[in-house]
Design a protein. Sequence first.
Length: 752
Amino acid sequence: MDRFQEYIEIRGARENNLKNVSLRIPKRKITIFTGVSGSGKSSIVFDTIATEAQRQLNENFSMFIRNFLPKYAQPNADAIENLSMAIVVDQRRLGGNSHSTMGTITDISPVLRLLFSRIGEPHIGGSNAFSFNDPQGMCIECNGLGRKMGVLADTFLDMDKSLNEGAVQVPVFATWEKSSYASSGFFDNDKKLSDFTEEEMDLLLYGKNMKFKMQVGGGTMNASYLGIIEKFERSYIKRDIKTLSERTQKAVAPYIALKPCPACKGARLSQAALSCKIKGKNIAEMSALEVSELLAIINDIKEPVAASMAATLSERLQHLVDIGLDYLSLDRETSTLSGGESQRVKMVKHLSSSLIDVMYIFDEPSVGLHPRDVHRLNELLGKLRDKGNTVIVVEHDPDVIKVADHIVDVGPHAGSNGGNIVFEGTFDELIHADTLTGRHIKQSLPIKENSRKASGKLSVLKANVNNLHNVSVDIPEGVLTVVTGVAGSGKSSLINHVFLKQHPKAVVIDQSAVGTSTRSNPATYTGVMDDVRKAFAKENGVSASLFSFNSQGACENCQGLGVIYTDLAFLDGIKTPCEVCEGKRFKEEVLAYKLDGKSISDVLELTVLQSLDYFKQKDIRNKLQAMSDVGLDYLTLGQPLSTLSGGECQRIKLASELHKKSGVYVLDEPTTGLHMSDISHLLSIMNRLVDSGNTMIVIEHNLDVIKNADWIIDMGPDGGTKGGKVVFEGTPVELLNATGSITSQYLRGANA
Ligand code: ADP
Ligand code: ADP
Ligand code: ZN
Ligand code: ZN
């Protein structure tokens, strides 16, 4: 492959809905793919380009190695030429165990350890001595986890009672164990626990191995005193759990939880490592700082021996600041990052890499970013390009699309009405193009003037999770509330962590996968399939169960899957259409039964839009209409739900709620994956849910959605420790004139 070729060349691409698409993508430039959801962007970028790049890469390995790699079938296209190695930076969360942190995943922690091993005082050893993943550095008490099993003792004592009145209430202690505290002779048995001194309380909870004479029957017996917590731990935690009866295990389980390790206080490191400091801070304290604060300290390091390490650290930390993650700390576990944050962390990892001439592929990198932070993302995309890489982005946000060197608009619509390239060119050309994107990119929705009045309120009281400090706020009922604010300001802490705990009846409509079985599809998910089967049964005078993939009516060769998976030991596994049913999934005799001229298999091939023409039954039509209303009319009834994107999953869930009443719904960034032309659509669905008596709470950055709220709660003023407050509550019109709100500034900008 010649790296000086200027274009990636694709001819005759036909994956999914693509209609023989041919295009050229300039190398070492930023190319952005846009178009309505379902138009075919992912089919080009992920299913064709990224898949082929990965497949070509795997071809370089021996058969033996390839057997251990994921299998990539050749994409359906005439030619795909001149690819580079592909790195897909998607929103899949950075799972990982608790040993995976922001610092480890960005390779910043190893450098920080090296720095401590060079200039930390007192000097204690090599860089491994600062690693909680290494036996030399880890806290021996918790094995580097930072947490340990401990007792949840809140309910063990009644502070308003004395020992004689039965203040010790540990549920799993025997009566004699509970009364042993009063008979120890160490306490004033008539004193209320709330009047105990600190020393007395300490003795009651943690005292150990003191001899005393216990009253037994009429006489006394020598016994060894153990405080309540100490006793509980020895009996139930510091021993092999399997030696306890199942009943005891169940009884103590509610009182045992992971708590910060008492030895390292959660820092995960050995005492020696924790005593070593730079500028008065140990490595755990540095890792707990927000990135922006840590950067300031690192930039202040002047020792010549540390110069190159400090420079590396400074560069990587600056990348994190640039991409709007300055509010995170290095010790943050990656499993707690949101999808958008995960994607940005991955981006930083690549910025620090020395690879060039790589194809970086991004899936909607603006997710989770407030308009304030989008320019930072744009700068990073530019940096990747300027290092000599090809940057390919699927994106809907006009502010990101603006920075593209080249734009590809896919359409004109979704599904079978899409699959074509409808525009290629620059941003200036796009705004004059007669495509959905071209028409919508210059419009923005007006600010809602007549806000609905609340029918009641749902209060959040004294929220203290993460960066929230005693936040109390009222969320109006019966209206559309948008919770907004820059990334890291505390929106999800407030809504997902606190509000949902205080109001557990609220229904969350998120982007997680729908459907539990591989056979789920839009028809089964919405319940339409049951009605369809009954209609077929009634028309033909046979049993409804014949028309299910899971029944005797299914093709026996493929068990109703329509395809056969063949695993070949040393070659790529292959998926071939079932030759018995030819992909139709049912037995021939079942396919002979028709309803209005179509077999059950024909019906499953219909899109939602087509099936609205086909079905006359009211309850089927209502369910289909709901799918169409959320912008999913291009899905076929039989398409496996596993092929849906996160945004599509969220909207199909929304559709199934449309006919319900008087609930509270929480949506996290529902515009994800949605083209600008679909936003007014989404808004009308949310408005419909509100009009039928529901309360909608939406976490969003999209300005069109903010403008159409009845009520806005703006978190801020900034991210991390600089956030965590409600900076504005009110209507969109009031927000326009608010001071001290970053969102307000951007709203004014969009309205200018
Ligand atoms: P976009 O990325 O523009 O939202 P996609 O490329 O994901 O669109 O989808 C284009 C069309 O192909 C849609 O109709 C979608 O439902 C369909 N599709 C996507 N993936 C699959 C698949 N694995 N199997 C069948 N149809 C698919
Ligand atoms: P937003 O939703 O506005 O982007 P979040 O509520 O996710 O903000 O985050 C607010 C603050 O709380 C940030 O500083 C973030 O790093 C921190 N935070 C969020 N989740 C966790 C967690 N699981 N553990 C520790 N800190 C967290
Ligand atoms: Zn520890
Ligand atoms: Zn078959």
